[in-house]
Write a protein that binds this ligand. Sequence first.
Ligand code: ADP
Length: 613
Amino acid sequence: MSASVINNDDVSNTLREVFGFSDFLPNQEAVVKNILSQKDTVAIMPTGGGKSLCYQLPARILPGTCLVISPLIALMKDQVDAAQANGLRAAFLNSSLSASMKRRVEADLLSARLDLLYVSPERFAMPEFIERLKQIKMAFVAIDEAHCISEWGHDFRPDYLNLSTIGRDFPEVPVAAFTATATHRVQEDIVTRLGLRNPHIIRASFNRPNLFYKVVPKSRPSEQILKFVSARRGEAGIIYRTTRKSVEQTAELLSRHGIRALPYHAGLDDAQRIRNQEAFNRDDIQVIVATIAFGMGIDKSNVRYVLHGDLPKNVEGYYQETGRAGRDGEPAQCLLLFGYGDIPKLRFFIDQMPDEAEQRQALRCLNNMINYASVYACRRKQLLNYFGEELESIAKSSTLCCDVCSGQVDRIEATVDAQIAMSAIARTGQRFGITHVVAVICGEDTPRIQTLGHDRLKTYGAGRDKDRRHWRMVIDNLLSQGLIEQSKGEYPVLTLAADAKDVLFNSRPFYMLKSEVLSIPARRGKGRGTQGRTGATDILDYDEALFEKLRVLRKKLAGEQGVPPYVIFSDRSLHEMARDCPTNAAELLNISGVGAAKLTRYGKAFLDVINSK
Ligand code: ADP
């Protein structure tokens, strides 16, 4: 079949019959069609955006083999299992294979019996591998985690540089690069280093509507973590802690309370780390407690929460880590325990950095993270703004996207303070930065204030009764709430935004988080119920007992076949089964994620459970 005869029906039939999905997720269709029309593509989609389908579907339709470059050997088997479960002809080649297995895969490759072949980037440094590829028909090359090729990304891997020869060795073969990293700088690097030819760039929204973001004051972290996890028995979760010691202690604490939890950090030997990760992947344990070393490429789709027990270093990392929750699109929680006590530790590490520019950058990142946790503004909106995206519609219409929007935080009204700060900005001509504006409000006696005559302004000293830290906080809140703006460049100045007048003249109230809330222990008994299954944009009303039975069956089948449970069916598929209770094969096919291959393989077993409920 050539690309020109592929029509929309082929695409939607394959989506439905092979993958069992009735619709594409946002941007999937554009990526698939671009690959099918043999063009180079860069797809930047958040975790859970459904990147695998973007190359698996064309791989199934196009003649020839799709070569998938994937960075983690440990994950290749799971990816191949998942593709095979949908009936695709998939295999991997890496150093973990025995010589005879390797020969078998190569024979399949050479005789055109593979839709997908997964390899690691190191293979591209092997001339004999390149020669072999030249003997086959390659449909296209898909590069997963493509940001690893950029030194500006946070996961740079020198072996990805091997991939820059693809264009030279295979000039006729289209390349599709996939990543969940957002910055434009990394995007440019991907295009130039891979030598992509006029690629179509698809940037999906980074909004993850099924994630609920919440920040609570960190008081007694062990107790808080235990309480949070205990309220979610049976749900898979990731807990991040910054030190190995706290990782070990947290995992032990949970285990002592009957929660199956294991640690994961760089101090464990490789074999142990892999075992612990596998146990998590396969639902043998419920919780993995990890330092940030635990991360890239976790494919487990049914992680129901990500809890940060300590303040992360930057928003980018925080977003990536929380992104591992709810990849199946089902409701999931992201909880951050935030205490000012974490800041000096992070500052200490930054102070050790030898390079001054690097230090400044790290400090800016940390300040953004602190800002995220400490201002009264929609968390989701803040995260998206950080990646250059606006989210007016959701932020205004939804009360279920974060603790701030849904009124789960303690706030104080500070309208008069907002008026003082904004009037200081206005009266100084909207030409000054934060430091000067705060100095004017606090009535400081600086030479600059004297020279400019700002001590004669009406707002000079209007905020003497409170300290500089308070006024900085007011300004941070005004910025985050979009009431004032800060210019870019070396000397950023503050200006009033269009909505400022509502607070200045029309008595729109202005709120901030109650600062004590962030520095003193939370009141006992608070928060219960707010950490439940709230925050979902589409909570499914399903039969929980049936869901449990289906989950047990999934676990049993996964154990028998040596694959992770989510490879069999995602949580979403099970939730839908437990809601719609399909009684026959035709009805089961209407469940999201049930395609022809899975129906044949697992249909009967699941229908038996449903019909015997
Ligand atoms: P990513 O690699 O972008 O993080 P995955 O490829 O792992 O995302 O997909 C995330 C989840 O979304 C998986 O459970 C997958 O089965 C599901 N998914 C993918 N495409 C669709 C679709 N069109 N409709 C519904 N669910 C989908």
